[in-house]
Design a protein around this ligand. Structure first.
Ligand code: XMP
Length: 319
């Protein structure tokens, strides 16, 4: 695509101009946006870039290993992986308000990046894969009153005083354009087609208090759901699909026993840019099969529900 090719070249020139001979660290989330930002910046400034991947314990199953393989082994981009599960879990203890979760996670991310930058002998810039919809939704809601819907961690959660300046080469782009740019940079279709995943991770898919135990339960349910979606050949027809773990327990029966366990919600939507979304209309047998697998295989879940809300009035994530 010649348009994206020209865009890439223009951005590379812009990044070189902004950064000069400064050092940049880039926060990777494992998603498409930050990966594309990192690869673009690496093309522009090479080893002046170091990527930092924070394992906050709020990742999906096997996500950390996938990021390590892609960046270290495939692209040869300098990568630091920070084991930060404990400090994130400690900080989230007792926090149930969605905006407080987001604010804490955003601030903690920055704290980790600043520590890592110091270990690398200082960095002048922090790079992020912020997209245009992240910018708008953190400021106002299109067509509506000017209120914050959600503070996206990579926009609203930043502290006022930060040592590093921001590099955000994707700020003008929508998701489909980032995917085109990713292909332009040589990422394969499978990676580029990955569903979006929010920076605050599983924390905003666990309404109520987030604990390691609940993250572990959710990781298992989510992996089963995505596995069934892939097996049914539906992955690419869906913008985003994920499980949430509700802070509600209900009564069930397994064999001869009464159970009293959590409810798991399933979400799947179609969308072009994440700003509006429609429910994905699964066949009812598909949902029944997923529900059966989750209840049978995931200890701690005994009931599964499907979310039929479009955006608006719902949002895609539950928090
Ligand atoms: P909502 O829930 O606001 O989400 O309808 C719209 C899209 O944005 C993603 N999302 C985030 N992405 N940091 C991100 O990088 C965030 O804090 C964040 N919150 C929501 C969400 O997954 C969906 O694709």
């Amino acid at each position: 695509d010649w348009t994206m090719g020209a865009y890439r070249d223009a951005k590379i020139a812009e990044i070189r101009e902004q950064v000069g001979d400064g050092k940049v660290i880039c926060g990777l989330s494992g998603g498409v946006d930050s990966s594309v930002a990192a690869i673009l910046i690496h093309e522009a400034i090479g080893d002046q870039l170091t990527c930092v991947f924070v394992d906050h314990g709020l990742l999906r199953l096997n996500e950390r290993e996938q990021v390590e393989t892609l960046f270290r082994d495939h692209y040869n981009i300098p990568l630091v992986v920070v084991d930060a599960e404990e400090r994130f879990m400690n900080g989230l203890e007792g926090v149930t308000d969605p905006e407080k979760k987001r604010k804490f996670i955003g601030a903690e991310f920055i704290a980790v990046f600043e520590e890592e930058a110091k270990k690398l002998g200082g960095a002048d810039f922090l790079a992020q894969g912020t997209l245009y919809p992240d910018v708008i939704e953190s400021v106002s809601f299109t067509g509506g009153p000017s209120v914050t819907i959600k503070s996206h961690h990579n926009v609203g959660g930043l502290p006022e005083r930060m040592n590093m300046k921001l590099v955000e080469p994707l700020r003008e782009l929508f998701k489909d354009e980032v995917r085109d740019l990713g292909r332009e940079l040589g990422l394969n279709d499978q990676f580029v087609g990955r569903h979006p995943f929010p920076g605050p991770g599983l924390a905003i898919r666990i309404p109520g208090e987030v604990t390691k135990k609940r993250c572990d339960i959710l990781r298992k349910a989510d992996a089963i759901y995505l596995d069934e979606i892939r097996k049914a050949g539906l992955y690419d027809a869906i913008w985003q699909a994920f499980a949430v773990l509700l802070p509600v327990r209900t009564v069930g029966v397994m064999g001869d026993y009464r159970t009293y366990d959590s409810v798991c919600g399933l979400r799947a939507v179609t969308s072009v840019d994440g700003m509006t979304a429609d429910v994905y209309p699964f066949e009812s047998q598909f949902l029944q099969d997923v529900a059966t697998r989750i209840v049978n295989e995931v200890q701690g879940v005994n009931r599964v529900v499907y979310d039929y809300t479009s955006k608006p009035p719902g949002t895609i994530e539950w928090e």
